[in-house]
Design a protein around this ligand. Structure first.
Ligand SMILES: [Mg+2]
Length: 353
């Protein structure tokens, strides 16, 4: 089945948003407790029943998509546009922002220039923004790597964070080409993970283990258990990328199964599922996303409708879907979201444990 570029971009954004929305209620919960709380049912929108609410993962992907269009092929401009959007975004007080991302973005308000505001951290932020870059530059590997690095630098400067973002972007590129085999992924990511920067040898080793495990047909849960990640996949980009790429390789064309496989692993479930959703979505396109889930994706500002419009703008290089969400409404939405997240935090004090 041939997927056109517009459909792949829409699939990537929508698949990522669905992963975010379906994983969000289980963020930070260990896999065993999550299984008890979910009671064996399939994935569903659980933060607010029936409504797909999204978090920073979807917002970062969408703002990155806007910056890709507005930068008109200039990577420096891309970084400045994305910085300006992320600066407004953080000022609307989104709940659940990673520590490094928060620090780096508030530094923009203090006058640090974009690209010199990032903090040395190997958190997940850059991986949230990478899949859409991979689909957008699927035919231009050099620009794909440069844009993934420029995006990563806006929040995280650790070499593992930059490499992690590039690995996700490269896998998204392969997904658009309908390649999800161990050989293709190994060849694509090898140069990115080369070098002797601190921690890079561990990243290489873990990715090799993930690819070998996926090649042997092991489940992603078994791979995570073999790494002793009993509390789930933590918000460390090396672990997040290894687990997410594993789940994608096992189920590259089946969004529901791939998302279940990664959410079952627990931990930073909204981010891991958003990455997996973006990769599977890039393969299956807009048409391969389950309609019942899309109908539930009615959050403001990033509803399925708005993400679709953004994908059209992205594919056609036109201005549609490029406006920044109305800021006072974003602030109000985020305060309501914070209330909801706090209610869920209280709920977690109760059994089952
Ligand atoms: Mg999130």
């Amino acid at each position: 089945m041939h997927i056109d570029r517009k459909s792949a971009l829409a699939g990537c954004l929508l698949g990522g948003a669905l992963g975010d929305a379906l994983g969000l209620a289980w963020e930070g919960i260990a896999p065993r407790r999550q299984a008890r709380m979910r009671g064996g049912g399939g994935l569903r929108f659980a933060l607010w029943p029936g409504l797909g609410l999204v978090s920073d993962d979807t917002e970062h992907a969408a703002l990155t998509a806007q910056a890709l269009v507005l930068s008109e092929g200039d990577v420096g401009r891309f970084q400045r546009v994305l910085a300006a959007r992320l600066r407004l975004w953080i000022a609307a007080l989104p709940p659940g922002v990673g520590l490094a991302t928060g620090r780096a973005l508030w530094k923009l308000w203090l006058g640090f220039p974009p690209g010199r505001n990032g903090v040395r951290s190997a958190g997940n932020g850059p991986a949230m923004r990478a899949a859409v870059i991979g689909v957008y530059f699927a035919d231009d590997r050099e620009r794909l790597l440069a844009y993934a690095e420029a995006s990563a630098h806006l929040t995280h400067t650790d070499p593992r964070a930059i490499a992690g973002a590039q690995v996700v972007a490269l896998c998204a590129m392969l997904a658009t080409q309908h390649k999800a085999d161990v050989g293709s992924v190994t060849a694509a990511i090898e140069p990115t993970l080369a070098g002797d920067a601190p921690g890079m040898a561990d990243f290489r080793q873990l990715m090799a283990a993930a690819l070998k495990s996926a090649g042997h047909g092991e489940t992603t849960a078994a791979f995570c258990a073999a790494q002793s990640w009993h509390k789930g996949v933590q918000g460390y980009i090396v672990h997040t990328v290894a687990a997410s790429v594993h789940a994608w390789l096992r189920h590259p064309r089946d969004l529901a199964t791939a998302l279940s496989a990664i959410v079952d692993c627990g931990g930073d479930t909204d981010s891991t599922a958003a990455i997996v959703g973006g990769l599977v979505g890039a393969w299956v396109g807009r048409e391969g996303i389950p309609a019942k889930w899309l109908a539930g994706l009615r959050d403001w500002p990033w509803s399925a409708k708005r993400l679709n419009r953004l994908a059209s703008g992205l594919a056609e290089g036109r201005g549609q879907g490029m406006s920044f969400p109305f800021w006072p409404l974003a602030l109000l939405r985020n305060l309501l979201m914070l209330l909801l997240v706090l209610c869920h935090g209280l709920r977690r004090l109760l059994p089952p444990y």
